[in-house]
Design a protein around this ligand. Structure first.
Ligand SMILES: [Zn+2]
Length: 124
């Protein structure tokens, strides 16, 4: 390393300069760098909520769509609020709306069929 004051070449990690006597109080060695953590996965903010939104949106198409559809929309909106910019949150919200629409129509058809069959029997 080189002395920051006089520029003399001195042994690495020296506490002071042998040439000018400058003390490097608490200074890091010249080749010091912040510890890196490459093993940590890079997860964007709101990724968990976006994943929950997408999964609930897909499952909700087949099962309990009114409940899971609402969960999808809420979790997707939460992911976007947390700063999530990927497509998963949008896909989850769209699937949630589709789930609600499909299941609402399905329930209306079932109720309508039940009402019609009751009124049909009442004629006899
Ligand atoms: Zn020096």
């Amino acid at each position: 390393m080189y002395c920051s004051k006089c520029g003399a070449q001195i042994p690495d990690n020296s506490a002071s300069c042998q040439q000018c006597g400058t003390v490097f109080g608490g200074a890091q060695p010249a080749n010091w760098s912040a510890p890196q953590q490459p093993w940590l996965p890079v997860t964007p903010p709101g990724d968990g909520a976006a994943t929950v939104s997408l999964i609930c949106g897909i499952i909700g198409f087949f099962f309990a769509g009114l409940i899971l559809g609402i969960v999808s929309i809420v979790q997707g909106a939460k992911a976007k609020r947390l700063g999530y910019t990927g497509g998963k949150a949008t896909a989850g919200i769209v699937l949630g709306i589709i789930d609600l629409a499909v299941w609402a129509i399905l329930i209306i058809i079932i109720i309508a069929a039940a009402v019609l069959s009751v009124s049909a029997y009442s004629y006899f």
